[in-house]
Design a binder for this molecule. Structure first.
Ligand code: SF4
Ligand code: SF4
Length: 393
């Protein structure tokens, strides 16, 4: 309540308008997904051919063959029973592929969460005219925690795993390989997530991704503070993440390994958590390891594994609204560097050409004694306070 009272009239207006737009986005999503024709109940058995069943699952015969552990060129027109496919195996695969069906509503909710995060960080977190001496009261965590809970509960558990940013990256090469009926839809989905990442630096990861939210919430628990001070060197985490992505592509296209269509991420996809689809021991292991480690290490899955984390890091230099440092004011005191759970603030203070990922978590924005840090559009001057700051407050 005191936060609301301290906002200026213009900021209150911003907040109300943003909430109205977010609500309108969600309502449009509900109307759009409610207006779509309900999918008829799927009946299937091993007497069907892959060519008959695959379109009902939104994939191609090749993709169904891959899921069934058959070669991509297995005959698609004969009954699956003749290919030794068993009923239980088919049921498991159908359940898994149905879990990949996109929830249209989720796109709207992702958009609303990113919009809210953007306006909060760029316009609302700091009451207008508040001096740096009051910086500890800026950017209260409650709005962020609420957004993360919505991401986790609604975009995760309520609406299931698909779509999500991680899979959007992987589905493009899979579509190019002929595992989906069209490439276009997968490219559009990927472009949507990248666009959200560019509008506000990685906001889709920081504020809306359900598995990112799970890790962020666990990291926010006030435990293991001494361990949290140690940060993984970005060169190491990014090299692992990038090398894994390249290896995945080489295997997927059959350049190495000789098993075209083989997707390594399939075995470590933590988004299966949201469908309660624990198809392999490695998936369970990844989920448990990532969640347990999150209590001490900032977003371990995002830092070390996620292909979207890697790709969206590549586009960070063109993001439109982001953490920026006024180099004329910055005294290199290290306050933001200490607050940042990664090497992102450090890279920005040191003006590195390719600094570590910034997940727009906002932790650094209320730390600077000389008001040199802000979350602002690139077309404005990077500045915090409207009036010059004389010294540390
Ligand atoms: S990097 Fe993290 S937050 Fe971003 S898509 Fe991957 S899992 Fe989600
Ligand atoms: S604390 Fe680090 S990751 Fe969070 S917004 Fe600041 S620079 Fe980005």
């Amino acid at each position: 309540m005191s936060y609301w009272r301290r906002l200026s009239r213009a900021q209150k207006l911003w907040l109300i308008c943003t909430l109205i737009v977010c609500a309108a986005l969600v309502a449009s999503g509900l109307a759009w997904s409610g207006g779509r024709k309900a999918q008829p109940a799927l009946t299937f058995d091993t007497g069907m051919s892959m060519q008959e069943l695959a379109p009902q699952l939104g994939v191609t015969g090749k993709a169904l063959a891959r899921e069934l552990g058959l070669p991509l060129n297995a005959p698609k027109k004969i009954p699956m029973a003749e290919l030794d496919v068993e009923a239980e195996q088919l049921e498991h695969v159908v359940h898994h592929l149905l879990g990949h069906r996109d929830s249209a509503l989720k796109y709207y909710i992702f958009g609303a969460l990113v919009l809210f995060g953007l306006v909060y960080l760029a316009r609302l977190g700091r009451p207008d005219g508040s001096p740096p001496a009051e910086r500890r009261t800026w950017y209260p965590r409650a709005p962020y925690v609420i957004a993360l809970l919505v991401a986790l509960c609604v975009c995760g558990f309520a609406l299931g795993k698909s779509p999500n940013p991680m899979e959007s990256v992987v589905k493009v090469p899979k579509a190019l390989l002929g595992l989906y009926p069209t490439v276009y839809g997968k490219v559009v989905a990927f472009a949507f997530f990248i666009a959200l990442s560019v509008v506000g630096n990685k906001l889709i990861c920081g504020w809306a991704c359900p598995f990112g939210a799970a890790q962020e919430l666990l990291y926010s628990l006030p435990i293991l503070r001494n361990v949290k001070r140690r940060k993984a060197p970005f060169a190491v985490s990014n090299s692992i993440r990038g090398a894994l992505f390249i290896v995945v592509l080489l295997l997927l296209f059959g350049v190495v390994g000789g098993r075209k269509g083989f997707v390594v991420y399939h075995f470590v996809n933590p988004f299966n958590l949201f469908n309660f689809d624990f198809e392999s021991a490695t998936v369970i292991l990844m989920i448990v390891a990532a969640l347990l480690t999150s209590a001490a290490v900032y977003r371990p899955f995002c830092q070390f594994v996620c292909p979207f984390g890697f790709v969206s890091w590549i586009v960070e230099p063109i993001s439109l609204v982001r953490v920026r440092i006024d180099q004329d004011r910055c005294t290199r005191c290290g306050a933001c560097v200490a607050a940042c759970p990664l090497q992102a603030a450090k890279g920005r203070v040191e003006r590195k050409a390719l600094p570590a990922d910034c997940f727009s978590c906002g932790r650094c924005l209320n730390t600077c004694p000389v008001d040199a840090i802000s979350y602002s559009p690139i077309w404005t001057r990077a500045k915090g306070a409207e009036t010059p700051v004389k010294g540390p407050g």
